[in-house]
Design a protein around this ligand. Sequence first.
Ligand code: NAD
Length: 715
Amino acid sequence: MIYQGKAIRVQALGDGNAELTFDLQGESINKLSSAVILELEEAVKALQAQSDIQGLMISSAKDVFIVGADITEFHGIFGKDEDYLVEMNLKVHQLFNTIEDLPYPTVTAINGLALGGGCEMLLTTDFRVMAEGAKIGLPETKLGIIPGWGGCVRLPRLIGADNAIEWIAGGTENKAAAALKVGAVDAVVAPALLREAALDLLAEARAGKINWEAKRAEKKAPLRLNPVESMMVFETAKGFVAGKAGPHYPAPVEAIKAIQKGATAGREKAQEIEAKIFAKMAKTDVCFNLVGLFLSDQLIKKKASAYEKQVSAVKKAAVLGAGIMGGGVAYQSASKGTPIMMKDINEAALQLGLKEASKLLGKQVERKKITPAQMAEALGRIRPTLSYGDFADVELTVEAVVENPKIKAAVLAELEDKVAEDAIITSNTSTISITSLAENLKRPENFCGMHFFNPVHRMPLVEVIRGEKSSEKAIAATVTYAKQMGKTPIVVNDCPGFLVNRVLFPYFGGFIGLVEHGADFQKVDKVMEKFGWPMGPAYLLDVVGLDTAVHANDVMAEGFPDRMKRDEKTVLNIMYEAGRLGQKNATGFYKYEEDRKGKPKKVADESTYGLIEPLIKDKRELTDEQIIARMMVPLCLETVRCLEDGIVETAAEADMALIYGIGFPPFRGGALRYIDAMGVDAFVQLADSLADLGPLYHVTDKLREMAAQGKRFYA
Ligand code: NAD
């Protein structure tokens, strides 16, 4: 043994070759934490001390190669100053350069995932052999940084600037065939042949059949691009990528700048350029928030997997109602592999539900995501029915009939008699209390909420709602089924609006107030979209439907009369009473026309101003900042109340639910991270300055205490 550490071992293979193996003790994966990098330094020194080595293979003893740097360390490290970060990366560059410069041929055997720092590690060797099914990529820009351990330098030299830009700016995970096609790897083999193939390549290089020194020199040399080519590649890419990423995500364009500036420089100079841009990006709020999201997502996955361990997978599901939501649930379940009965009382609704499912599957076939045979298989998993005939072995049912408490109560009671005693029943209600719906059931412990968002196939969140009597088994089964459907379940406790709608309606309350102070709804939309929301509040209300919004708003007002009840009519009532339901009848705040693809396209409707006019109490001149504050403060405060009331367990889950459920701008990290970023004290002062606007803007005692004590939501 040449070296043995806790994550790395190096051994002589007896034929002049050595093997450096990543095998992190106590973990199922390899990652490059600071401790592992220190070990790598020692391992390389130990290798250098051996005089008889003639070839090196780098490999992994896990099911993956290396998943990347250790993201749990990022917040701590990125908190240091820029100079520190530059120095830190230059040290890793030195280490990777030492590996790249070893005086004999080197090869990496890539299995499973090789991402981020793991991918940068394998770029140091002369050759790469990849197992079928493995994936490599540099997803750093998704965390608001750029590859910092040589990815921006080595990848373009290996696969060309255009391909490298696509990989790095897109943050894609690339399959073996795609990697081979662009020359990122030298061979792709069956997993069982990986070691043998890598060692064969090494043998050929050692025997002089492949000129490894020339290959290495080429990988280290600057790119040969003339000014016109350079202009074509980089400037075009920057324009395209900037447009796609939008103004709030600077990392993809900064990565292209790092590639461009380093392209014609020597290796070390290019690495310095990369280190500086990396450090600059690591210090941004966007990076801080995106890393935070990653960590929160890990927490949610961990919680879901603890539930999944308590129950077995749902083998047969059912959905009641084949409408917008029921049809979506059936499609999602079937396309992810769980057979589902779809029951309605109306044959035409069943046909519509099936048509929608086959349209969505057809699109996947068009995009080559699935084959026609897989589409047929998925469709075969949906069993439309008008009766409860085959419900005896259904393990979990999602009730998605019309939003009417009496109808729902009757349907749920009827269903309970048709399914097995231990079957789980859930409701997709958006407003009705889960505890009250359970009152009519004989087995309320088997019942909970399963709140999907529209459109089901696109929205990642499922709120799993715990009623007073819901058992942990019911919650565990529902979380498990949501995971089977490829969704992100977040468990919350019962209250009007649950978590997401309870937080969304105070935001609409902010909008209602702005309209009453004469703000132009189109301007409010523009300001909030610039802030980062996928759509402004007026547009969002049109998409939700004004009828649905009025109904939900009434439920919220009844539940929280102190801050959500209004005695007079609001803009929501006025629009609804004027028959403006939003997108569903092509007229709301905006008008909707069909675009060329048959999708609703929003156009301005001047007549809306006439409808709103009588509501305006006093016209105020409002800046963009004031509009943002008046929209965001009620939303943030309601999120705080949900956390204080125990509706949601952690700040991380609250923030992720808003991001996954209503498209809260991800780069802002969620409502509670938004407060943290402003400073709790500054946020309280801002809310206090708006206190005259009403109770939606009133700070809770606990938040005031947090501000006084200098506390934050996230450590
Ligand atoms: P929808 O009107 O599109 O569909 C309801 C379907 O239920 C209809 O096909 C109807 O025929 C059927 N139905 C009525 N009574 C039935 C019965 N006794 N048995 C079986 N089927 C019956 O409504 P939707 O928008 O899909 O909403 C369904 C539920 O989902 C509601 O509770 C709603 O609040 C909730 N929800 C809706 C949205 C949304 O954006 N549409 C989002 C989240 C949750």
